[in-house]
Design a protein around this ligand. Structure first.
Ligand SMILES: Cc1cc2nc3c(=O)[nH]c(=O)nc-3n(C[C@H](O)[C@H](O)[C@H](O)COP(=O)(O)OP(=O)(O)OC[C@H]3O[C@@H](n4cnc5c(N)ncnc54)[C@H](O)[C@@H]3O)c2cc1C
Length: 363
């Protein structure tokens, strides 16, 4: 599919023929615009993590149905783009659930989808209780790199036109909502993003992503023939989710730690409107066999404040955050083990180390 963050092939860095390489020190060549390289030494690893993306080939589920005498609205299955789509998908879900409703509301799950849904329900004036098996920092959402771009959300040949319309509406609302949250409080910032590409990426919305153009070799230091640049936002997910939990509580929300085994347990709740935001948990809870885990692993290196851009391509991806330099790129379908594999973490570091040592010039 077009929008894909899973191009990682450790070890393959396609060099531009005849380019100079460099390590450290400022060096501006006439045909090269410098950027600070990441110091991808294995000794700089501060932690490694893995998470299971809730992936569905035909895309996420936002749908209302009856559960006994309740209205149940599903909002799950956002694959590799759940942070990106969170506000917009929550918006779609609340538009299905809230009209005509009176009284308190239940939200199941406190990942990014449950918290965003709860906030929109509160904004509309309803009291909320979140029921959740685990809270941040123990959710998949906390593992996410936090790039605002909807990668690996569905397969192009498996989606319906109706889904496409939902997807674009969700993306549009999220895109605008994250913009008004930029800053240290929520840990959101804009960064230029460089993509190793052989073709121009699609412009998804009229305004997203901005810039989005192929660069001339003189405009970047990367050892690739074809590099695309766009600007987008990055979310420091740990800080963001902590603040979202705070916001739910400030607005009077209750949070109850509780795991549901069956839909009958949910039917017994006192609230007559329930939002299901259980991510991959919906496979067991609601029997959605299309949901698959897509494991992603991240090597996190010591922060480098001078690295003020992001990169994705064949070495993997690099997102610089205040809490560390994230190196990643794996998308392992049907892998259920949520622990990082030390050998893969070393491969991720090694491929980035090779890549950054081949910058044609460096700041
Ligand atoms: C390595 C990695 C990198 C990623 N990078 C990005 C990125 O850069 N940008 C992006 O947009 N997305 C990214 N993602 C994807 C993103 O993390 C997910 O799409 C998103 O976190 C899904 O959010 P969620 O709230 O649906 O699920 P979760 O965060 O998993 O939350 C589900 C909640 O439901 C609760 N729950 C589950 N089952 C039950 C039950 N039976 N009873 C009660 N509670 C239950 C859980 O305890 C949890 O609180 C990445 C994912 C990974 C793993």
């Amino acid at each position: 599919m077009l929008l894909d963050r899973r191009t990682f092939a450790a070890g393959s860095v396609a060099l531009l023929s005849g380019c100079a390489t460099t390590g450290t020190g400022t060096r501006t060549l006439a045909d090269c615009t410098p950027l600070a390289p990441v110091d991808a030494e294995p000794a700089r690893l501060i932690r490694s993590v893995a998470g299971l993306r809730p992936y569905r080939r035909s895309g996420f589920v936002v749908r209302a149905e009856a559960l006994g005498d309740k209205r149940l609205v599903h909002n799950y299955g956002h694959g590799g783009g759940g942070i990106t789509l969170s506000w917009g998908s929550a918006k779609l879900a609340t538009e299905l659930g809230l009209p005509g409703h009176q009284g308190p509301v239940a939200v199941i799950g406190s990942g990014v989808m449950g918290l965003s849904t709860a906030r929109l329900v509160q904004d509309a004036g309803f009291p909320v209780t979140i029921y959740t098996a685990a809270l941040p920092p123990d959710t998949t959402s906390n593992i996410a790199g936090g790039q605002i771009h909807p990668y690996s959300v569905f397969e192009d040949d498996a989606v319906t036109p109706e889904f496409n319309a939902q997807f674009l509406r969700a993306l549009d609302y999220s895109w605008r909502r994250f913009q008004i949250m930029v800053g240290d409080e929520y840990g959101i910032r804009w960064l230029p993003t460089y993509v190793e590409r052989h073709s121009r990426e699609a412009q998804l919305l009229g305004s997203f992503p901005p810039v989005n153009r192929l660069l001339r070799p003189a405009e970047h230091p990367f050892p690739f023939d074809s590099v695309l640049r766009y600007d987008t936002m990055y979310v420091e997910t740990g800080r963001y989710l902590r603040q979202m939990v705070r916001d739910v509580r400030i607005a009077g929300g209750r949070i109850e730690v509780r795991k549901f085994a069956t839909p009958a347990d949910i039917a017994a709740l006192p609230e007559s409107l329930v939002f299901n935001c259980t991510g991959l948990g919906s496979r067991e809870l609601f029997g959605d066999q299309e949901l698959q885990p897509a494991r992603g692993q991240l090597a996190i290196l010591e922060p480098q404040p001078e690295v003020n851009y992001a990169f994705t391509g064949s070495p993997g991806y690099m997102f610089p955050r205040p809490d560390g330099i994230l190196l990643g790129g794996t998308f392992e379908l049907d892998e259920w083990d949520p622990t990082p594999d030390p050998a893969m973490i070393q491969r991720i570091i090694a491929s980035h180390r090779r890549f950054f040592s081949r910058f044609r010039c460096a700041a």
